[in-house]
Ligand binder design. Structure first.
Ligand code: SF4
Ligand code: SF4
Length: 248
């Protein structure tokens, strides 16, 4: 938990400028942290000359998760041991291999510093996408396990829905022919949420270097994205597990 020690606070308002979530209020010459908005990112801790801001480690699992997601430098096993918000090797899913040629991996960056996301909105987005054909990636590496106990239903823990984060990264996978359904699901759910979504798609181009996702956007009358990242295939599959071999 992040708090401000009232007697040390000079009311300089520097922390107000740095807080990316507008979680600090100023009243009667002092600053206070609104615990319902604070994401525990820790940015303010570095920017108080009076050293009036305190971090007290939490023992509650959800609060540890919140800090791990908002401050990847915090390090914890609550997010599956990842230092960061996403799974491992997302840029090389085709060679790991966790993605087949007829599949698309989707990376949703929900929220933004200054906008944030309450987890009740993130749950709405996840449920809409699961209904449209998305699945979570299989395997042990699931950073959202603390808040989503069952990957099949995608339902969030009821006691986390009021939690506020800068951003939440959600990664899933679906068959390429489901892309129109996925896009329509996002268009429907965006009317019910109070945050922003940045959508990333990871997919192979075909043998003629065509990207069928762009054709799909054309068909739906949506503008093509201005940005893309091309992985030219320098990734290699993981080496075999040599630990089982007898020692020389
Ligand atoms: S930066 Fe520190 S001293 Fe200044 S208002 Fe914030 S808590 Fe108070
Ligand atoms: S920890 Fe982050 S969100 Fe919380 S008050 Fe400090 S800067 Fe704002």
């Amino acid at each position: 938990m992040i708090t401000i020690e009232k007697k040390l606070c000079t009311g300089c308002k520097t922390c107000l400028l740095f807080c990316p979530d507008e979680a600090i209020d100023y009243r009667d010459g002092k600053c206070f942290v609104d615990q319902t908005v604070c994401t525990q990112c820790g940015v303010c801790l570095e920017n108080c000359a009076a050293q009036a801001i305190r971090f007290t480690p939490d023992t509650e699992e959800l609060k540890i998760f919140q800090r791990a997601i908002s401050n990847p430098g915090a390090g914890t096993t609550v997010t599956g041991g990842n230092s960061g918000r996403g799974g491992h090797e997302v840029k090389t899913l085709d060679v790991v291999p966790r993605q087949k040629n007829d599949e698309i991996t989707i990376n949703l960056d929900i929220g933004r510093p200054g906008v944030g996301v309450y987890l009740r909105d993130a749950e709405r987005i996840v449920l809409a996408l699961l209904e449209a054909g998305m699945k979570f990636l299989p395997g042990e590496d699931f950073p959202l396990a603390t808040i989503i106990p069952d990957r099949k239903t995608g339902r969030f823990r009821p006691d986390c829905l009021d939690m506020h984060l800068h951003t939440l990264l959600v990664e899933g996978i679906f068959k390429q022919d489901k892309l129109p359904d996925i896009i329509r699901a996002l268009q429907r759910v965006e009317k019910d949420i109070d945050t922003v979504i940045c959508v990333g798609l990871v997919m192979p181009v075909d043998k003629n270097c065509r990207n069928s996702a762009l054709d799909c956007l054309d068909t739906l009358g949506l503008p093509r994205p201005h940005r893309g990242k091309v992985n030219v295939g320098l990734g290699r599959p993981y080496p075999p597990d040599l630990s089982a071999l007898p020692l020389p």
